[in-house]
Design a protein around this ligand. Structure first.
Ligand code: FAD
Length: 306
């Protein structure tokens, strides 16, 4: 219920203005977002790589409504990739992008062309791209664009969301050799017709999907902070004899950082998803919806007089 209210607020421009202008919002944002510019992204990447982590960087922004905004997002990624390469941070760092930020809502071909330019720049920088997955109305379009991008850049990663009823079938389609697939629970508000609603059903689906990916020939990327699912992931890695270069764990910047370094210490590949940029509102609201304790933390910061 609370999750639905927060996710509804994530689409409200009135709440967005209220949150963005609140005096202590910045302290809360800093916990989940690396900063606003390319320099901040590089600094966070350097720190994480020094701890043995790998990184995927997300230039924040979504639901772009005109070609100029889409081009600006593409250019931000091109700048970022050139800077990562110059700093010697590839291939440890790759990038994650949302097709909606590249024009998918109004022109799928434009989004494809922008994503293609970013994939080409990533290849030149010696790294890869992963396409984030957004709400279920975009799944088919995103998987279509992924298939086209993979013709030239087979290492382009997909994201599949365990809460969607269709995802087991998508996992079977995408478990082939060389296919990089991030499996997450899913962060959007979705109707019962397309998505499991209870946490238990979502977790069970996650395990079924993980079994398909870990027993397949591709490269699974297990994106979760859930201790039980991480333990099952470790178990499946032993079961299917997958070493550290044959799958990875992924977690978000600022969430369970000790667990991220513990897994590195155990010899696993762990990738931290690092968002940066000025358009952090939608991202922050999805993180708050995931955990009521974060909401209390946020509420305290908003009313704090310090
Ligand atoms: C690397 C990565 C990439 C992702 N990409 C996408 C994507 O492309 N599309 C998409 O829809 N979703 C994406 N997600 C989000 C994902 O779908 C979930 O919403 C999110 O990961 C929370 O689910 P969970 O598996 O961590 O389990 P949960 O059951 O939500 O959490 C398990 C435990 O993790 C900790 N935890 C989880 N979330 C938080 C939080 N916000 N703050 C503090 N502690 C927390 C808590 O200890 C909690 O008990 C991504 C997640 C990760 C890690």
């Amino acid at each position: 219920m609370l999750r639905s209210v927060i996710l509804a607020a994530s689409r409200s421009s009135r709440v967005e203005r209220l949150v963005e202008t609140a005096p202590y919002t910045r302290d809360v944002v800093r916990r989940f977002v690396a900063g606003t510019g390319t320099d901040d992204a590089l600094r966070a990447t350097r720190e994480l790589v020094a701890e043995g982590l790998t990184v995927t960087l997300d230039h924040l922004g979504e639901d772009t409504v005109n070609p100029e905004q889409a081009d600006a997002t593409r250019d931000a990624y091109l700048t970022l990739l050139a800077a990562l390469s110059a700093a010697g941070l590839t291939p440890a760092a790759e990038v994650s992008l949302k097709l909606s930020a590249l024009g998918q809502m109004f022109d799928e071909q434009l989004a494809y062309e922008n994503a293609q330019a970013i994939c080409a720049a990533a290849a030149e920088a010696g790294t890869t791209v992963t396409l984030d997955m957004e709400d279920h109305t975009t799944t088919d379009s995103t998987l279509d664009v992924l298939a086209k991008l993979r013709e030239d850049h087979p290492g382009t990663g997909a994201v599949l969301q365990a809460y969607l009823r269709r995802t087991e079938s998508d996992c079977r389609d995408l478990a082939g050799a060389g296919s990089r697939v991030r499996l997450c629970k899913g962060a959007y508000r979705e109707p019962e017709s397309v998505a499991y609603q209870s946490a238990r059903e979502v977790d069970k689906s996650y395990v079924r999907c993980m079994n398909i990916l870990m027993s397949g020939d591709g490269y699974p990327m297990l994106a979760t902070h859930d201790p039980r699912l991480i333990a099952i992931g470790e178990d499946r890695a032993r079961w299917f004899d997958r070493g550290p270069d044959q799958f990875e764990f992924q977690m978000l910047y600022g969430i369970r950082p000790e667990e991220q370094t513990r897994l590195v210490g155990e010899g696993y590949t762990v990738r931290t998803y690092v968002p940066y940029g000025t358009q952090w509102y939608g991202y922050l609201m999805r993180r708050l919806a995931e955990r009521p304790a974060n909401l209390a933390f946020f509420g305290r910061a908003l009313v704090s007089k310090k």
